[in-house]
Design a protein around this ligand. Sequence first.
Ligand code: MF3
Ligand code: CO
Length: 307
Amino acid sequence: MSPANRNAGTFIPPAPDKIRLNRNDPCWCGSGRKYKVCHERMDEKIEAIRLAGHIVPGHIQIKNAEQIEGIRESSKLNIAVLDEISKRICEGMTTQQIDDIVYEMTNDMGGIPAPLNYEGFPKSVCTSLNDEVCHGIPSDKIVLRDGDIINVDCSTIYKGYFSDSSRMFCIGNVSEEKKRLVAVAKECMEKGIEAVKPWMFLGDMADAVNSHAKANGYTIVREIGGHGVGIEFHEEPWVSYVTRPGTEMLMVPGMVFTIEPMVNMGKADIYTDEENGWTVYTRDGKPSAQWEVTLAVTEDGCEILTY
Ligand code: MF3
Ligand code: CO
């Protein structure tokens, strides 16, 4: 029995949108087309799945073509910045220098680094080294050393649209075990991407990610996940990578969210730096790796926007 069947009749998640349109009204998505030729059939399909007991997206989660184009353009800046970092990152560099590149390059292209002043975050990018899981704060005191692994997490606002992606970099001679962690973390993200299909569930994607981490002897961080993105930096849904197949939100065309699992070499447990309130570390001090993409669900799979 699937979780959906088990829930049916006992708990039906509330409808996210209550407004009912007439068929000849302009569609709620802002496309300018009549509702009956735009999203009406999709709404009916989503409603049937909701009545079967599933969590479904609201209209706010479904972007129209113009919005996706805006996020696509923002993503171009986002990856251009990471491409530049990948050319220049090296031993002896400080994480502040990475921040400077992100700040200057994003501004030069007419964008804004989304992390800067976001909920008090003091810098333009997150730089997380070795046992730092995420949200590392760039500093002129942190120097990249031979053997380090580092995640550079770049989030960009362009013409009001948000994009978000991150990559790992290996500095100098990195141990085989850390290299393997970095490679498997990338594969975990790719397995997740492959599992993004309309009318499947975020839990199906999560299970693809988590199974691959487990098969390699690694763990996935539970408390921090991905998120809807595009109109805001962090939108619903919150995206876990440790949930079960057939659970969590239904994926439908037009949803835009991130896949960004944090993969730990040791145990999954984490803690947050009490002094800066941001940097997250592995509890056991073992390394952690993360890759991130922003993607849009399409009619037959997904489009990776930050490639
Ligand atoms: N870029 C992170 C993410 O993937 C968010 C960082 S919030 C910040 O969601 F304030 F630390 F930048
Ligand atoms: Co993100």
